[in-house]
Design a binder for this molecule. Structure first.
Ligand code: ADP
Ligand code: 5GP
Length: 204
């Protein structure tokens, strides 16, 4: 039996989720599977279809909902985002740690389906001004989109208590050390351990 594990990351847009995950993938590529979400938002400069997201139309998204392809989906900042079920199941069966970068609504939906498998990590900045300046410096959003993302951040912060861990991404290297430690400790979570099998062998 393989241990089925999901590392789920949420946090306000601009808090550093992608930056931290790219470090984790650089170090542990072979052990991980990134769940590539589908979205109706436009690709940012540098983003690639099928790598960062599957960029699809509203019509296609609706057809995928109707076909039952999503494990969860949500409207986030005015665009639709969804996690495809099939590749996640496949990667879990292969023993990979599946990584979700999804919003708070998606977390609650996914947790219903994978209560034992999920280790949930909330990424935050030290304060809202730092979040604003990171979003501005990233240069990927219009002023309108930055405003929406900052407003939504206030709501998302209310749910930190529902996560297993919080990482305050002040210094990137220090924040990565925390994420790395969480990832490594996931392998010894009792909930994911084949306890009965272990105890049976232990007694023989
Ligand atoms: P998210 O994926 O959560 O939307 P990003 O990883 O894209 O956030 O980070 C937002 C911006 O902040 C990016 O320009 C990134 O390079 C920068 N950034 C991330 N972490 C830090 C940090 N600890 N210190 C300074 N800048 C950071
Ligand atoms: P961005 O547009 O900045 O890439 O992502 C915006 C938000 O959508 C982030 O909070 C991100 O975690 C979330 N998100 C990305 N993919 C999914 C998904 O498949 N489902 C849900 N519920 N949220 C997602």
């Amino acid at each position: 039996m393989v241990s089925r594990q999901i590392l789920l990351i949420s946090g306000p847009s601009g808090s550093g989720k992608s930056s931290l995950l790219s470090k984790l993938f650089a170090e542990f590529k072979d052990k991980l599977y990134f769940s590539i979400s589908s979205t109706t938002r436009a690709a940012r400069q540098g983003e690639k279809d099928g790598v960062n997201y599957h960029f699809i139309s509203q019509e296609q998204f609706q057809a995928d909902i109707n076909a039952g392809l999503f494990l969860e989906w949500a409207n986030v900042h005015g665009n639709l985002y969804g996690t495809s079920l099939r590749p996640v199941t496949h990667a879990l069966n292969e023993g990979k740690v599946v990584v979700f970068d999804i919003d708070v609504q998606g977390y609650f939906l996914a947790k219903k389906q994978y209560p034992k498998e999920i280790t949930a990590v909330f990424i935050s900045t030290k304060n809202s001004s730092i979040l604003a300046s990171r979003l501005e410096n990233r240069g990927s959003e219009s002023n309108e989109s930055i405003k929406t993302r900052l407003e939504n951040a206030k709501n998302e912060m209310k749910y930190i208590k529902d996560y297993d861990h919080i990482i305050v991404n002040d210094d990137l290297e220090a924040a990565y050390e925390s994420l790395r430690a969480i990832f490594i400790s996931m392998h010894s979570k009792c909930a994911n351990f084949e306890i009965e099998e272990f105890c049976q062998n232990w007694n023989n």
